[in-house]
Design a protein around this ligand. Sequence first.
Ligand SMILES: C[S@@+](CC[C@H](N)C(=O)[O-])C[C@H]1O[C@@H](n2cnc3c(N)ncnc32)[C@H](O)[C@@H]1O
Length: 260
Amino acid sequence: MTVRLEREQRTMLWTLTMHAHDAASAHPILGDRYAADLLARVDDPPDLGLSLGGNTPLICARAKLIDDAARTWLAQHDEAVVLHLGCGLDSRVLRLDPGPGVRWFDVDQEPVIDLRRRLYASAPSTTVAGDVTDPSFFEQFPDDGPRLVIAEGLLMYLDPTGVRAVIDGALTPGSTLVADTVAPWVTWVAGLQPAMRAADTSFRSSTADLARVAPRLVDEQSLVDATATRTDGLTSTTVRLFALVPHARYAMVLQRYETP
Ligand SMILES: C[S@@+](CC[C@H](N)C(=O)[O-])C[C@H]1O[C@@H](n2cnc3c(N)ncnc32)[C@H](O)[C@@H]1O
């Protein structure tokens, strides 16, 4: 199935490919059993190469931690709204299988949602196409219950004004935000990554930009640590050594924020 994807829209095929590779490995971190089938139906799936493919454990550890955080939150909220922002083709709603009282919205830009609708014959979620940085975008979602907002691999592609728009628009009172962000130095290093340059995209904001506009931080986990503990052998040793380099441990973090 083909669709014209531009810039950061193409990156969701990278994460999908990583999920598929992880699931086919001897010791999966995430074990996304839907990814390979979805990928097989995408025309022109990406070749990650060594440099991008090396991020597979990190990206799958991130997804695993977000699945766990969402599962815990859903166990405490039978009636709720979930906004899965920048969902790409991710099968989280199938992996978590939320109960009937949960209204789940999978949100991304138009071409991605177009592809998603064609690839997912039926899924227990509502797909919504749009730009999360549009100040009026979030007016269409129900605000009559507890809300979980998930932003995985999204905020770094937005500039600081876009991050503020997501915080101001998506978070109603009593909301929880689960999002990953990157250290300021990573925004610079990411610009050197050949695949990012070929896709004509870049990281435009960091953890510092989110901290400036977000509500109360209730939890933070190093995704470098999460990768080290979920891998073994040379990969785990390399990640553990990397974590000893100053500022490396918090290169990418998973944060949970709550609004009063
Ligand atoms: C790295 S992918 C992550 C996809 C998915 N969360 C995952 O982990 O597999 C980034 C996603 O963010 C989406 N995105 C970027 N900017 C966006 C915006 N302004 N509005 C909506 N979605 C956006 C892209 O289209 C892309 O699907």
